[in-house]
Design a protein around this ligand. Structure first.
Ligand SMILES: NC(=O)C1=CN([C@@H]2O[C@H](COP(=O)(O)OP(=O)(O)OC[C@H]3O[C@@H](n4cnc5c(N)ncnc54)[C@H](OP(=O)(O)O)[C@@H]3O)[C@@H](O)[C@H]2O)C=CC1
Ligand SMILES: O=C(O)[C@@H]1CCC=N1
Length: 273
C-alpha cells in the first residue's frame, strides 16, 4: 500500500487527509507533520493518523505532499533535502511554486508533481489540476490523479497554466462563498431571518451548481431561462451590470493569477519560474 505523508496539515493538508480517509484510505497509510504539538495532537485524535517529524516523513512515505504556505517553503526544503531518499514522489500543493524549485533543492532526479486543489476536497468535491515536472513519469502523474480522483475531479494542465488555474479553481470557492455571503446579507436587508436566508441561498447555489454540472447547459442559457421579460431577474441583472460585477470578477481573477506568479518569483534564483 502507498504511504502518503502530508507536510503541513493546515487547511488544505487537513482537507486532503480527511478526504482520503473518507474515500476509504486506512489511517495507517497516512503520516503528517505539523509545527505545533497541540495541532498535531488534535489531528491524531480526530483522524487516528500518525504525526512524525519531516525527516521521518520523507524517509517513510512513498508520496510526500507539501502543503505549507509558499512563504514557509525554504526552511521546509532545508529539512527535506538531506533526508529524502531517491525515488520518492514529491507532490506540491503550494500556490505559485514551480516544480523547478523542488527539483533544484531536492535529491537529483526527484519526481515532482505540481497540483492546485481546492478546499471542497473536504467533501469529496475538489477540483484539482496536476502538472508533471521534468522527472515525473506518466505513472507518477497517474498515481497523483488516482489519489486526487478519490476526493474530486482532476484535470491535467501544462505547468504554464498553473497560476491561472490557481486563480480560477484554487481560489474559486472563496469567490462563491463571498457571493453567497453577500446574497444572505441582501436577504437580511429585505427582512428575511438570517437562517432562512442562508437556507434559501445555499440551496439555490447547490441547485445552480447541479444544473451547471449535470444539465450540461451553457451558463448563459441557464441564466436566460430564469430571466423573464419585464420580470424580476432582469431588474437585478441591470444593477449587476451597472455596478460592473462581471468586470470586477475578471479583474479579481487576474489579480489572483498575478499574485500566484509573484509568489513563485520570490523563490527564483538563477532560473525563471
Ligand atoms: N487553503 C486553500 O484553499 C488552498 C491552499 N493551497 C496551498 O496549500 C498550502 C497550504 O495552505 P493552507 O492550508 O491554506 O495554509 P495553512 O497555514 O492553513 O497550513 C499550512 C500548515 O503548514 C504548517 N507548517 C508550516 N511550515 C511547516 C514545517 N516546516 N513543518 C511542518 N508544518 C509546517 C503550518 O503551521 P503554522 O500554523 O505553525 O504556520 C500550517 O499548519 C499553500 O501553499 C497554499 O497555496 C492550495 C489550494 C487551496
Ligand atoms: O489564497 C491562497 O493563496 C491559496 C491558494 C489557492 C487558494 N488559497
Amino acid at each position: 500500500m502507498t504511504t502518503i505523508a502530508v507536510l503541513g496539515a493546515g487547511k488544505i493538508g487537513e482537507s486532503l487527509l480527511s478526504g482520503l480517509l473518507k474515500a476509504g484510505r486506512a489511517p495507517s497509510d497516512l503520516l503528517f507533520t505539523e509545527r505545533f504539538p497541540t495541532r498535531a495532537e488534535e489531528l491524531t485524535k480526530t483522524y487516528g493518523i500518525t504525526h512524525v517529524e519531516v525527516a521521518d516523513a520523507v524517509q517513510r512515505a512513498d508520496v510526500i505532499v507539501v502543503a505549507v504556505k509558499p512563504q514557509d517553503i525554504e526552511p521546509l526544503l532545508d529539512e527535506m533535502a538531506p533526508n529524502l531518499p531517491s525515488g520518492r514522489l514529491v507532490v506540491s500543493l503550494c500556490a505559485g511554486l514551480p516544480t523547478k524549485l523542488f527539483e533544484r533543492r531536492l535529491t537529483e532526479g526527484t519526481a515532482v508533481v505540481r497540483v492546485m486543489p481546492n478546499t471542497p476536497m473536504l467533501v469529496g468535491e475538489a477540483m484539482s489540476a496536476v502538472s508533471g515536472g521534468a522527472h515525473a513519469s506518466d505513472a507518477d502523474l497517474a498515481l497523483v490523479e488516482d489519489l486526487l480522483g478519490s476526493v474530486g475531479k482532476v484535470a491535467r494542465v501544462p505547468e504554464s497554466q498553473q497560476d491561472a488555474v490557481t486563480a480560477l479553481s484554487g481560489s474559486g470557492p472563496a469567490y462563491f462563498f463571498y457571493l453567497v455571503e453577500a446574497m444572505i446579507d441582501a436577504g437580511i436587508l429585505l427582512g428575511i431571518p438570517r437562517a432562512t436566508a442562508a437556507d434559501l441561498i445555499v440551496q439555490s447555489a447547490v441547485g445552480a451548481a447541479a444544473m451547471l454540472r449535470e444539465g450540461g447547459g451553457h451558463p448563459v442559457m441557464l441564466r436566460e431561462a430564469v430571466t423573464s421579460p419585464a420580470g424580476t431577474t432582469i431588474a437585478g441583472i441591470r444593477e449587476l451590470e451597472k455596478h460592473g460585477v462581471r468586470a470586477a470578477l475578471i479583474d479579481a481573477i487576474e489579480a489572483a493569477r498575478d499574485r500566484s506568479v509573484e509568489l513563485g518569483k520570490a523563490h527564483e534564483t538563477d532560473e525563471p519560474a
